[in-house]
Each structure stands twice: as structure tokens, then as C-alpha cells.
Write a protein that binds this ligand. Structure first.
Ligand SMILES: O=C(O)CCC(=O)C(=O)O
Ligand SMILES: [Mn+2]
Length: 200
């Protein structure tokens, strides 16, 4: 299960050192102080198991009104800026001059998961999505551009960074489960995933 072969899917194994992971976590603690994690519900009213917040000009949100990018946290404040150390990862791995305007932050506590979906609320699919994993291992599953196709799975661990561009950009993906307590990065356990997107 070490490899996942979808064109445009790149995994940078342990891209972040433990020091870099800790520094990133500290930066995220500040983001979450300004923009607290929320318990999102899907448009049909189903509570999601991940908790969510964001940084950047836009945050991706979901509630009874639908899925969308919003310029404000549901509490009515602008989202905090994306930490520079996070933007450095984007620049290094994509080489793009354009920087993301959304950094979605997902927190997976014990038992949390994310169903198979496509990231398709962005204005253009030409930009890649960069995904950074911190904390507990997560079983990431990826399929093709159509729901119901063959899928492959890989455990993402703390410090791994994934780039989804090209054909992988619109591939169905999700997180089946986490190994709660498998990492010592966060004292109370859990997994954090950051996804950097160009939303507009
Ligand atoms: O947690 C992950 O690794 C993936 C998260 C994701 O797909 C999303 O937030 O859209
Ligand atoms: Mn996604």
C-alpha cells in the first residue's frame, strides 16, 4: 500500500521534520484562537465528524445553505491570514507564483472520517490542491473522476504532504479512518489536515 498510482497525485513522504511539524502546529493554534473550530453540518443537515476552520481570504464552509467559499468565519469575523510557513510549502512544491486564497483546516478526533468526494467548489480546477497531514495516521482513499470506480488507499502520516493536480485534481478522495493516538505530536491525539486551494 506504499504507492498510489493516479496521474497528478504526488506524495512527499515526511516532507516536514518533527521540528517543522511542531512549529506548524504552534502557528495553527493561533489561527484556531482567532477562528475556532466549528462542527459543520452538510446541506441535508447531517453532522460531519470532522471539526473545521480556515485561514486565508476565503474559508470553505458547509451548513443548511450549502457548500461554499465564504469570506468570513460563521462567527462573523474575517479568516486569519494563512501562516507564511504554510505558503512556503505551497511555493516549494508547486513552483507557482499564484498563492492559495484558502487553507481549510480539518481536525479528526477519535472516530472521525471523511466520505469520498471531489473538491469542486473552486472557480477553476487548473490549480492543484496541496494537502498537509499532521498528528495521527489517516487512511486516505482515492479513486478516479467518477463515483463508484476502483479506489486505492494509503496511510498518510504526520509531516506527509500531498499534491493533487492534473487528473488527480478531480479524483474522488476521502479518509476512511484514523489511527487515534498513533502520533505524539498532539498531546490529546487526533489528526489535522490542511488543504490549500485557489478558490477564486
Ligand atoms: O483529510 C484529508 O486528508 C483530506 C481532506 C479533504 O479531502 C478535504 O478537506 O477536502
Ligand atoms: Mn477534499
Amino acid at each position: 500500500m506504499a504507492h498510489l498510482t493516479v496521474a497528478g497525485f504526488e506524495i512527499h513522504d515526511t516532507y516536514l521534520t518533527s521540528d517543522a511539524q511542531r512549529a506548524l502546529l504552534d502557528a495553527l493554534r493561533e489561527v484556531v484562537r482567532a477562528a475556532p473550530l466549528v462542527d459543520p453540518v452538510t446541506p441535508s443537515g447531517k453532522k460531519m465528524s470532522v471539526r473545521m476552520t480556515a485561514a486565508g481570504q476565503y474559508g470553505w464552509i458547509t451548513d443548511r445553505q450549502g457548500y461554499r467559499y465564504a469570506p468570513q468565519h460563521p462567527q462573523g469575523t474575517p479568516w486569519p491570514a494563512i501562516p507564511e510557513s504554510v505558503l512556503d510549502i505551497w511555493r516549494d512544491l508547486t513552483g507557482l507564483a499564484r498563492i492559495p486564497d484558502c487553507c481549510l483546516i480539518n481536525y479528526y478526533g477519535e472516530g472521525a472520517r471523511m466520505g469520498l468526494h471531489q473538491d469542486k467548489d473552486e472557480a477553476s480546477y487548473d490549480w492543484p490542491v496541496v494537502s498537509i497531514s499532521l498528528g495521527d495516521d489517516g487512511l486516505f482513499r482515492m479513486g478516479g473522476p467518477q463515483r463508484g470506480g476502483k479506489t486505492q488507499s494509503i496511510w498518510l502520516k504526520s509531516g506527509d504532504v500531498v499534491v493533487m493536480g492534473g487528473a488527480a485534481r478531480l479524483a474522488y478522495h476521502g479518509v476512511d479512518r484514523i489511527r487515534f493516538g498513533s502520533s505524539t505530536l498532539m498531546p490529546k491525539g487526533g489528526r489535522i489536515n490542511l488543504t490549500l486551494r485557489v478558490a477564486t
